[in-house]
Design a protein around this ligand. Structure first.
Ligand code: SF4
Length: 280
């Protein structure tokens, strides 16, 4: 039997969560290969936080165009119905949905309290799907076989059941990389050992200290947004006024201004470990 049988759509309504990365785009490709045009009971969604790199937004648009698949671009809004359908042209590029959420909550997300994933991605998609009249559905997410830490999470007590066809098909990082080598287009962000460190929100607090440092040095105008968010929350809020317990973004910038290349080329100067992944 062809490996494509893993990608046959289950019965009922199906949400295909497209993160804008290479892995979930590959998953979408395989689903299209296995099923042909998607039926109306299927929705491909991309939730834009406003902090995606422009290359990611272009990639999402290009996937839709080249593969002839309708992708619904969604953004969080702070007022009812709490989401808006946008497109590549109308997509926020200055962190507007994320900033609106931070102002509404009046504290910052961090590794322990990841309300950004929940509100900007998970609930935004849920609100949209419920607006279509969906009551229960399958949520198809791009988790690979080589990500057991993401696979073995407790099942959400939610309206959806999770479907991970890439893991079922035993797809790993190398398979995804090999696929993109064969394509006439690609996400225009670097792939470092199978990891796209500029994917998802550009300065995400789940990225390693070393990645946040490189981002601060290489994209100062984008890093400024993260530093500004930390000034929005009064210092009386303790841990909730910085994205990390270990450093503020102003401290990171000052450190990079002083140490710069030395800090990045010296092994161990900055923590290299990621703190997880945004699974919206
Ligand atoms: S990528 Fe990071 S900052 Fe963005 S929504 Fe996900 S956890 Fe939050």
């Amino acid at each position: 039997m062809s490996a494509l049988h893993h990608y046959i759509l289950p019965a009922g309504n199906v949400q295909i969560a497209f993160s804008g990365g290479r892995t979930s785009a590959y998953m979408l490709h395989q689903i299209l290969e296995a099923n042909g045009d998607l039926p109306d009971r299927c929705e491909v969604t991309f939730q834009n936080t406003g902090r995606e790199m422009p290359q990611t937004l272009d990639f999402v648009a290009e996937v839709g165009r080249r593969w002839g698949v309708e992708i619904t671009w969604l953004e969080y809004r702070p007022d009812k119905p709490f989401f808006e359908i946008v497109g590549r042209q109308g997509a926020s590029m200055e962190g507007e949905p994320f900033e609106a959420l931070i102002k509404k909550r009046n504290y910052l997300p961090n590794q322990q309290t990841r309300f950004c994933t929940i509100e900007l991605k998970i609930r935004t998609a849920k609100r949209f799907l419920m607006s279509l009249g969906w009551k229960h559905w399958t949520n198809c997410v791009g988790i690979r076989a080589d990500e057991p830490h993401r696979l073995n999470k407790p099942k959400p007590r939610e309206r959806w059941t999770v479907w991970t066809p890439l893991a079922d098909a035993d797809v790993g990082k190398q398979d995804v990389a090999a696929f993109w080598k064969r394509q006439p287009f690609d996400l225009q962000l670097p792939n470092v050992r199978g990891n796209c460190w500029l994917g998802n929100c550009d300065g995400c607090f789940l990225k390693s200290e070393a990645n946040v440092a490189a981002f601060t040095r290489d994209y100062p105008e984008r890093a400024e947004w993260w530093e500004r968010m930390e000034t929005l929350i009064p210092p009386t809020k303790g841990d909730a006024c910085t994205f990390s317990k270990r450093y503020s973004r102003a401290e990171m910038r000052e450190y990079m201004e002083r140490q710069g290349d030395w800090a990045l080329s010296t092994e161990g100067a900055l923590c290299q470990a990621d703190d997880g992944e945004c699974t919206g």
